[in-house]
Design a protein around this ligand. Sequence first.
Ligand SMILES: C[S@@+](CC[C@H](N)C(=O)[O-])C[C@H]1O[C@@H](n2cnc3c(N)ncnc32)[C@H](O)[C@@H]1O
Length: 395
Amino acid sequence: MTPAARIAAAAEILDDILEGAPAEKALTGWARRSRFAGSKDRAAIRDHVFDALRCRRSFGLLGGAETGRALLLGQTIADGREPSDIFTGEGHAPAPLSPEEEALVARDPAQALSDAPRAVACDMPDWVWPMLDASLPGQAEEVARNLRHRAPVFLRVNLRKTDPARAIADLAEDGIVAEPHPLAETALILTEGARKVAQSGPYQDGHVELQDAASQAVVASLPLADGLRVLDYCAGGGGKTLAMAGRADAEFTAHDALPARMKDLPDRAARAGVQVNVTDRPDGPYDIVLCDVPCSGSGAWRRSPDGKWRLTEAGFADLLGTQSEILDLAALLVAPGGVLAYATCSVLAPENRDQVEAFLSRHPEWELTTDMQWLPTDGGDGFYLAQLTRSGVTS
Ligand SMILES: C[S@@+](CC[C@H](N)C(=O)[O-])C[C@H]1O[C@@H](n2cnc3c(N)ncnc32)[C@H](O)[C@@H]1O
C-alpha cells in the first residue's frame, strides 16, 4: 500500500470507531476484510488510527470536523506535511481537498490551536479538563500534552530468571535494543525492535514480560517479603501478580470479578517460573491485599486513547462507586498489621487521594501510611498507589 492509501484506510477505520466501534475491533475487522494489506501496512495504519485518536480534538479542529478524513487531514497539517501530496484521489489515496478543506490548510495551525479552548488544544474532553486541572495544579497542561503522544514500550526483567544486563544482551541478539529505565530496577525501555518482542527468546523463555514501567514501580513500592500471604484482588491478566511473584518467595493469590481475565495466568506463571494460585473466593487474612481497581485509565490514555473519549461522567461516577466497594470488601481480607494497597492507573484525584480519604472517613480505624503518584511525564503510565494499615496495629 502507498502511504496515502494507508491514510485512506485509517480514515475508514476511524469512521467506524467514531460511530462507536471499539478501536481494536475496528482495526481487526478492517484487516480481515483487507487481505491485501501486509504486516507493515497494518502497523502503519494502526499508528495513524491511534495517533489520530490521541489528538482527536486538535486534529478535528485543524481538519474541520471529527470524521476519519478530517482527523487525518488535521494530522497531516499538524505534522507539517503537504496535504495535497496525500489527498490526491489517485489510486487508493483519499479524495482531493475540497475548497473548504483548502481554506483550512491555508490557516496557521499554531494560531488556530492557540485560539482554541485549552481542552481542545490539549485533547481532553471538556468535562475532564477542570478535574485534571484541579488534580494536578500547574501540571495539567503538561500531562495532557504528554498524553497526546505514543507511550514508550517497556519490559519487566524477571529477576527469578535473569538480570537487567543479561536481558539487554539477550534481547540484542534478537535485534531488540533496550536500556535500563529509572522508574524501576526491573524496567527496560525499548528503543528499537519493539514489534519483535513476542517472538524473541528472552520473552518466550520468561526472562522478560511486557509491562509499563510505572506498574513495575507500583509493585516495587509494596512491602513484599518472603513467607507473606499476598492477594491481588483485581488481578485482571495478572501483570502485577507476576511482577510481585518475581520479587519475593511469598504465597500469591490472584482474584478478579471476571475470572476469565485470569485464564492465561497459570501458563504465564509457569513461563516465568513462579507459583500463583487463582481463586474466585479469597480466603483471608492476607498480609498484603493489592487492589489495582478499575478506573478511568486516564494515566494510560497514550496506550488506550479511545478510553479518553468513551469515558462519560455517568461512567466515571459508577467507577468511583465500584472503587469504594472494592476497598470496603478488600479491607476485610487484610490481616492485623497487614497492608491494604490501593492502586489506579489514573491521574484524577477523585479516584485517587479523594477515594482514599473517603475510605478513611468511613473506616477511622485505618490510616494512610504512604501514597505516591507517578505521572506520564515521568516516562511510564500515570499511576497512584496508597498503602493503608489499621491504626495502632503494627506488624
Ligand atoms: C485495572 S484492571 C487490573 C489490571 C491488573 N492488575 C494488571 O496489572 O494487569 C482492574 C480489574 O478489576 C476487575 N474488577 C472490576 N470490578 C471488580 C470487583 N468488584 N472485584 C474484583 N475485581 C474487579 C476487572 O475485571 C479488571 O480486571
